[in-house]
Design a binder for this molecule. Sequence first.
Ligand SMILES: C[S@@+](CC[C@H](N)C(=O)[O-])C[C@H]1O[C@@H](n2cnc3c(N)ncnc32)[C@H](O)[C@@H]1O
Length: 218
Amino acid sequence: MSREIWEQAYQEKTDWWGRRPNHVLSDYQSLVPDGRVFDAGIGEGRNALFFAERGYAVEGVDLSATAVERCGQLAMANGWHVNASTADLRGYPLEEGQYALLIFSSILPFFHPEDISCIIEKAKKALQPGGLLYINVFDRDDPSRAKAEAACTHLDAHTFRNEATGMYHHYFSEEELASLLAPLSTIYWSSSRFLDLTHGEPHEHSTIEVLCQKEMDE
Ligand SMILES: C[S@@+](CC[C@H](N)C(=O)[O-])C[C@H]1O[C@@H](n2cnc3c(N)ncnc32)[C@H](O)[C@@H]1O
C-alpha cells in the first residue's frame, strides 16, 4: 500500500525534495573512495545524480516507478549513468564488501524497527573497507510525531503504523542510532531542528544526520 502513496506523490508533483544533494554528502564527497554508490529510496535522484556527475558507478532503488523514471531521464539528459530500478529496499540484495558509499536519505523512518535493523546490518556488510554510510532520520522530537500519534496504531513508544496507508513512522534516539551503526567510526554526527523549505508549506523537522565509515582493516 505504501507503494501507491509514494507513487501518487510523485505523479502529483516533480522535484519533491529539490535538486541539491544533502550538504553533508557534498561537503564530504572527497572522502568517498572510488567505486560503487548505492542510493536507497533514490527518489528523483538529487543525491545519486551528484555522484554520477563525479564519475561514480551509481545505482539505487525506489518503490515509485515514476521517481525512478524521472531520475533516469535526468541522468540521460546530462549524459550521466544511474542504474535505478523499481524495487522494495527490504528485499533488495546488496553484495558484501562492494560499496564505496551507501545513502539512506529520509527513508529509514518509514520502516518497522525490525526492518531497520536488518537493512542497517545488510548495509554495514555491503561497505568496502574505508566505505561510507550516510543516514538521516527523524528524531523523537520531530513535530510530525504528534500527527502520527494521533492518527496511527501505536506499535511501541516510538513507532506508529498508519492503517490506511500501510506506512510506518519510527522516531529515533541518538543512542539507538549509535548502537545500530556500531562499530563504524563517525565522521559527522549532527542533531538539528530546522525549517524545511524543500516541499509543501514550510514546516519544522528535528533530525539526526550521520556519516560514518568502515575501518580499512575490517
Ligand atoms: C522522503 S523520500 C526521500 C527521497 C530521496 N532519498 C531524497 O532524499 O531525496 C523517501 C523515498 O523512499 C522511497 N521508499 C519508501 N519506502 C521504500 C521501500 N520500501 N523501498 C524502496 N524505496 C522506498 C519513496 O518512494 C521515496 O522516494
